[in-house]
Design a protein around this ligand. Structure first.
Ligand code: COA
Ligand code: ZN
Length: 314
């Protein structure tokens, strides 16, 4: 750690839940809207800074989230929690404005090949389309965050050059957005790369709200989170139970697991504002919703303060 390390006790770290968007979109069996709403209402009590409720994408592209309106309208919004949604285009933006959201999370890939695969268009066309969405959001006093997929690496194009990432950050930043999420979409980043990228972007754009979005595809998620904190980052996306997947890595785990991130940061003395026991209860119940065990090691082992009566129970 450097001498000006940001790994200081008591520092506030903002946790943002993405399970009902990034997690659920990888599930094949439809989860009824009432179950999504019930889970979101419990999560709203857990201390999150932000919750990504759903995405206003094409229902043909992602049938699981076709009920975004019903879910947004069905949840009980808790003051102090921001409710954001993923928006891919103008049509999605109009749908979201109709139900009222706190933030638009617009998505684009730094890699041309990934943008074509995910959004069916080139990056320049995406930038043009998203510029209109940004104008619409600002006209409606809605905050805008840009999620840049494949910021560290792309399964089709390899390691993402920092210069390419900076190109898109500079252009979006000039549009007056509030924040940018740097996404390691398929878990390719390593801690040294994360620290270098995070230091660079914060120096170049100190006024943007920075979020890091890691997937644990190759087991580097928590290490990457600490590297980001060490560079001054204080905001993370995470998914309850580590739910999620990756179409380019069959069987791979999803986002970093919320309860594992919170448990680690709390033990280190950071201030996450999160209720870890409620998270664990929700994660346990999420296993029933998806019908299988989740990749949360904390759910399997329990917190470090779990006391065993005898070693035979281990
Ligand atoms: N909401 C609802 N319907 C939408 C829509 C939206 N945001 N965007 C497009 N559609 C509909 C169109 O109305 C059209 O419907 P029709 O066939 O009944 O006329 C149909 O979808 C096709 O429209 P088109 O503009 O040609 O879009 P597309 O098929 O090229 O899809 C995306 C482009 C980006 C909207 C779509 O691929 C998508 O939603 N992808 C999901 C991306 C994502 O969220 N990935 C994971 C997160 S990073
Ligand atoms: Zn993701």
């Amino acid at each position: 750690m450097t001498s000006n390390s940001s790994l200081k006790p008591h520092k506030r770290i903002y946790i943002q839940e993405v399970v009902t968007r990034d997690g659920f979109q990888a599930e094949s069996a439809f989860i009824p809207s009432e179950e999504k709403i019930a889970l979101l209402d419990r999560l709203s009590q857990a201390g999150y800074a932000k919750i990504e409720v759903s995405s206003f994408t094409s229902p043909k592209a992602i049938p699981m989230l076709a009920d975004a309106e019903a879910v947004m309208q069905g949840i009980t919004r808790v003051p102090g929690v921001e409710y954001t949604v993923l928006i891919p285009n103008l049509k999605g933006a109009e749908r979201a404005i109709a139900v009222g959201v706190d933030e638009f999370n617009l998505v684009m890939s730094v890699s041309e090949a990934h943008n074509q695969a995910n959004l069916k268009m080139g990056r320049e066309d995406s930038f043009k389309a998203l510029s209109s969405v940004i104008d619409l959001a600002h006209a409606n006093q809605i905050a805008v965050n840009i999620s840049l997929s494949t910021s560290f690496g792309c399964p089709m194009s390899g390691i993402t050059p920092l210069s390419e990432l900076m190109h898109w950050i500079d252009r979006f930043s000039a549009k007056g957005i509030r924040g940018i999420t740097i996404c390691d979409t398929t878990g390719m980043a390593n801690p040294a790369q994360v620290q270098a990228v995070c230091e660079h972007v914060q120096v170049k754009h100190p006024d943007l709200q920075w979020t890091l979005h890691f997937h644990n595809t190759r087991g580097m998620g928590l290490a990457n989170s600490l590297a980001a904190i060490n560079s001054g980052i204080d905001r993370f996306d995470a998914s309850l139970g580590g739910l999620g997947g990756c179409p380019y890595a069959p069987g791979a785990t999803g986002n970093i697991c919320t309860e594992e991130l919170v448990h680690m940061l709390d033990l280190m003395g950071f201030n996450t504002h999160m209720k870890i026991d409620l998270l664990l209860e929700c994660s346990k119940d999420l296993q029933k919703i998806v019908g299988r065990a989740l990749p949360s090691q904390l759910l399997m082992a329990g917190k470090v303060d779990r006391v065993y009566e005898s070693l035979r129970q281990l």
